[in-house]
Design a protein around this ligand. Structure first.
Ligand code: ADP
Length: 415
């Protein structure tokens, strides 16, 4: 099945056309036919990037105002005689949409219909910066690709079954009832993929393992995955909680927020400060990009060293916390741009954890690519895994549609 995966953000759209099916998945033969993105929507020049196997890559800067124009562009390139990979748009059999927030309404991926749309709109209250753009993506594709089944896949769903004691804040309970103030967690498709992939690499049943996953990209989060289920995760009501990130502060004494508000800032400014001016960027005063900080770290720049120290110390604390939450740890996974590419961050996050059976191999920890980086005598297997969120969305989309077709067939046989 050819599935178009769409990730609509506020000023960008990312696309991927993936060939998947349960049979291809079993044979490890799923593949990306083409991928692309348009960003800086509405600016003087929008960047358009397109790549497909065996085709000339395309990169152009042209003004693009709307998400609809961006999606039309990608659909046109897909069927272009020179760049395209399909001969007709009709070859697209389904569309999978990344939805950031499923709130307490969506515990898993679901075929989009009017009822689902109502639920998605209700969830927008919890993610006003994300969900409305995700919904807009659906509104556009349902118009441009009429009659094709479309599926919503949620960032929050993998964490849906966290226990109450892990997701509730110690605020008055009424606030949870009235405003659904609780921890939801994000990056769920990534944590699901990398934890499951680790069990495959280890050749052990997913349901028997205690896995700690660290997705370290621009946004960073960790999860405790016990017996195939997320039982805790570091992001909370919003993606601001938890680890130190590129520009987000992560965990904080909440009294600091009231202090800043009382002293000199408006709620909007405090929000901006915590989301855009903090984290690696705020501590170092240099950059939010780990590559820049590593270069400065080599030169012993004090603030770069401090930023990396704080970043890794927080990861280390979460590894310990999640091992405690699960009553042990069998596997630790690093993923995301930093998790995959920074031996320094992996090494600094794991140093001192030998007491709990985590021991990296300095040789294996160097270099890149999917691999085991723990030493032979490490009790805990430590992996670097390239996350594949789009593939998870494509698989879920195909799965939802095949289940529906099977159910319809069974119902028609009964009649
Ligand atoms: P996103 O969360 O937007 O998908 P990525 O997963 O691509 O982001 O991660 C982006 C981060 O990865 C950047 O902040 C950059 O610091 C880091 N990164 C990318 N390549 C390297 C590298 N070779 N060494 C260290 N960090 C890297």
């Amino acid at each position: 099945m050819k599935v178009l995966v769409l990730n609509c953000g506020s000023s960008s759209v990312k696309f991927e056309l993936i060939e998947t099916s349960p049979e291809l998945m079993k044979k490890n033969e799923e593949h990306t036919l083409a991928k692309g993105m348009v960003d800086k929507l509405g600016e003087a020049y929008s960047r358009h990037v397109y790549n497909a196997d065996g085709k000339t890559p395309l990169m152009e800067n042209v003004p693009t105002e709307t998400h609809e124009q961006a999606i039309r562009w990608f659909l046109n390139v897909l069927v272009d005689p020179l760049y395209g990979v399909i001969s007709s748009i009709d070859e697209i059999q389904a569309v999978g949409h990344r939805m950031v927030h499923g709130g307490e309404e969506f515990s898993g991926s679901i075929i989009i219909n009017e009822d689902v749309m109502d639920g998605l709109r209700r969830c927008s209250k919890l993610a006003p910066l994300h969900n409305p753009h995700n919904i807009k993506g659906y509104e556009i594709t349902s118009k441009l690709l009429p009659g094709i089944p479309e599926v919503a896949v949620f960032d929050t769903a993998f964490h849906f079954h966290m226990p109450e004691y892990a997701y509730l804040y110690a605020l008055p309970y009424e606030l949870y009832i009235k405003h659904q103030l609780r921890r939801y967690g994000f990056h769920g498709t990534s944590h699901r993929y990398i934890s499951h992939r680790a069990s495959q690499l280890l050749d052990k049943p997913y349901k028997d393992l205690k896995i700690v996953t660290a997705h370290l990209g621009n946004g960073c989060s960790m999860a405790a995955v016990k017996n195939g289920k997320s039982v805790d995760t570091s992001m909370g009501f919003t993606p601001l909680e938890g680890l130190v990130m590129g520009t987000r502060c992560g965990d904080l004494d909440p009294a600091i927020v009231t202090f800043l508000l009382e002293e000199y800032r408006t709620p909007r400014e405090v929000n901006l400060l915590m989301n855009k001016e903090s984290g690696l960027s705020g501590i170092s005063g240099i950059s939010n990009d780990m590559r820049d900080l590593e270069r400065e770290y080599e030169k012993k720049n004090k603030r770069a060293v401090l930023a990396i120290d704080i970043f890794c110390y927080r990861i280390k604390k979460y590894i310990g916390a999640y091992a405690a939450a699960m009553g042990g740890i069998d596997v630790l996974v690093f993923a995301g741009g930093i998790g995959e590419n920074s031996p320094l961050v992996r090494e600094r996050s794991c140093t001192g954890l030998e007491f709990m059976g985590i021991k990296l191999s300095p040789e294996r920890n160097e270099g890149r690519g999917e691999k085991l980086v723990s030493a032979d005598d490490s009790k805990v297997a430590v992996f670097v895994i390239q996350t594949k969120e789009e593939l998870v969305i494509a698989r879920d989309t195909a799965d939802c549609i095949l289940k529906k077709e099977r159910a319809e067939k069974a119902a028609s046989v009964k009649k």
